[in-house]
Ligand binder design. Sequence first.
Ligand code: C5P
Length: 321
Amino acid sequence: MTCKETILRIEAPCKINVHLQVKDLRPDGYHDLESIFVALAFGDTLWVERTEAEAGCTILMDWKALQAAGSVPVKGTLPLAKNSVYQAVSLFRSETGFKGGIRIRVEKRIPLGAGLGGGSSDAASTLRALRFLVAPELPQKQLWEMALVLGSDVPFFLRGGVAFVSGRGEQVLPLKAVEGLWVVLVYPGFPSDTANAFRVLDQVRPEPGLGQEVGIAELIRALGDYPGSWPYNNDFLQVFLEAGNQERAAVYRRIVQELKGLGADFAGLSGAGSTCFGIFSNGGVAKKAGVLLSGRRTGLNQRYFVQVTFPLAYWVNEGVE
Ligand code: C5P
């Protein structure tokens, strides 16, 4: 059965990595990771529908929300070939033989190059929507394989929630929801290039895993503890602070300090940057921190983009899964 007239609205949440350890460089050019991913109640929204146009694919990117958010560097264009929604549609077509028309509108809220997984989440939601609309019989395993072709973080977003992620990103172990915590995201006004961040890390780090030896069982167990005692860290933040662009390092250092100064129980960097986050046990304190930080400027003379949100237990769009 397929649904021809449906316009499907599907959310594409962002994520943070509360912990991110980069292990060895692999022969395939990727790195093994150990990371705890947490999907948040802040993200993009996609509207996906089938159209009559044979093999046509229309993608309308709506940047209004991002532009209204302040100094986010959006020029209003993203080359089609680099658009993860387009990549997902193309891969889905070649893997399933689907030739029908598709129209997708994407309301972008997640800043680009922010370490929040916006493009990956959009790709995962596109795959899920296409499966629902045109190939409900498609095995989940095949969707998962397509997700990994699209990017290392995409498999996580097929389910969302909280997960321990390892391998290149394809080993996703779902974890219990994180409850009672608030998250303040601070995007510093400049993007970070993931591939370049991995290169810098390889150049400056003598050996992976130095200085941090917490077992996986302990990493997972600690998630239920008071965030002030989390044993988590982000290898990229360490490298950026010690050996990265000094202007940006100063911004990261300041934001993490500001978040802690405003009551965050834990503060860190998400992914390979550039978004910093604070974890708060008290919602009132988190909201106040959000208001105070929104007014501040980075050393690069741009306003912070600040979002107060919370972890999603898991996310399911009615009828899609
Ligand atoms: O998979 P994705 O396209 O998100 O990766 C972008 C780049 O980040 C890769 O080309 C690779 O250089 C680096 N990367 C890595 N190890 C990972 C994930 C990404 O080295 N596990």
